[in-house]
Ligand binder design. Structure first.
Ligand code: THG
Length: 265
């Protein structure tokens, strides 16, 4: 599975503080520890603060210590433009997080994706809000795929995010998400990504719920996840699920994780 490390996010109070204090060492430490855990992308979000200048500082600071591709997490065209202008090396490796079928968001962010040929996360949301049912999510994903095809976008670079709603709001919300994954993959043949942790909002034992939810989603074909790669039990669940799903020939990654002490019982 493709792992997107979630830690470089100003929504996390300790990280917000590091950004505010321009604590480059602490931010670089968070980048490097996620890279050491095996992430494929580093999500970077500066929405809580002065987004423009914080994003600029983050992109520069992170790239001083790693060339892992960044997943730029924003809603603002100006922030994406700025971040893209600072990317060192191949800009097509960047993941834009995210577009949606909300008309404003689409008009703002899609041109950036098309201009640079980046990967993109497409949220299944439109101007009527986050859909409650799987069918509505599927329809929005269909509309997005049609639109991107019209622009000649390479659909191999699209990750649909069917947006998880909390179980505490409706006890069938995980089931709705599972159905969305299956149908979107089956009908549209595009990849699926998710942030997952919303599922356990307002519940006890959040990490436990998140972990089982992740493994079940992987079994249904989820391709990528935005998560905390520093959580050893989460990483163990991912390595074990990848082994069982046939994504790890000869168990090489499993054994490597075991040898480096990353697997917990
Ligand atoms: N989809 C897309 N992008 C997203 C999300 C999504 N971006 C933001 C968010 N959801 C994913 N990122 C985070 C970042 C931090 C936390 C949750 C989601 C968080 N972290 C705590 C911490 O690090 O301290 C707790 C971690 C833990 O205990 O496991 O809460 O859904 N496209």
């Amino acid at each position: 599975m493709i792992l997107i490390g979630e830690k470089l996010n100003s929504a996390i109070p300790a990280v917000r503080q590091m950004i505010k204090e321009r604590d480059a060492r602490a931010i670089q430490g968070l980048a490097l520890s996620q890279v050491a855990s095996g992430v494929d992308y580093l999500d970077v979000s500066a929405a809580h603060g002065d987004e423009m200048s914080d994003m600029e500082w983050l992109v520069r600071t992170i790239q001083e210590v790693t060339d892992k591709p960044l997943c730029i997490d924003s809603t603002s065209r100006a922030v994406f433009s700025k971040a893209m202008s600072l990317i060192e090396g191949d800009r097509t490796r960047v993941m834009v997080n995210s577009i949606s079928m909300e008309q404003n968001r689409l008009a703002e962010v899609l041109p950036i994706v098309l201009e640079h040929g980046c990967f993109v996360i497409g949220l299944t949301v439109d101007d009527s809000g986050i859909p409650k049912t799987a069918d509505e999510r599927i329809r929005i994903a269909e509309r997005m795929v049609e639109l991107l095809l019209r622009y000649g976008y390479d659909l191999n670079r699209l990750y649909i995010d069917p947006l998880v709603l909390p179980l505490a709001v409706n006890h069938t919300n995980a089931r709705t998400f599972f159905r969305s994954i299956c149908e979107i993959r089956h009908r549209l043949k595009v990849r699926i990504v998710s942030g997952l942790s919303n599922i356990s909002y307002d519940m006890p034992k959040r990490r436990l719920i998140n972990r089982y939810f992740l493994v079940m989603s992987m079994a249904l074909g989820m391709d990528a996840a935005i998560l905390d790669p520093l959580d050893p039990q989460m990483l163990t669940a991912i390595k074990t699920a990848d082994l069982l799903l046939g994504n790890d020939p000869f168990g090489r990654h499993f054994i490597k994780a075991l040898r480096s002490g990353k697997l917990s019982d």
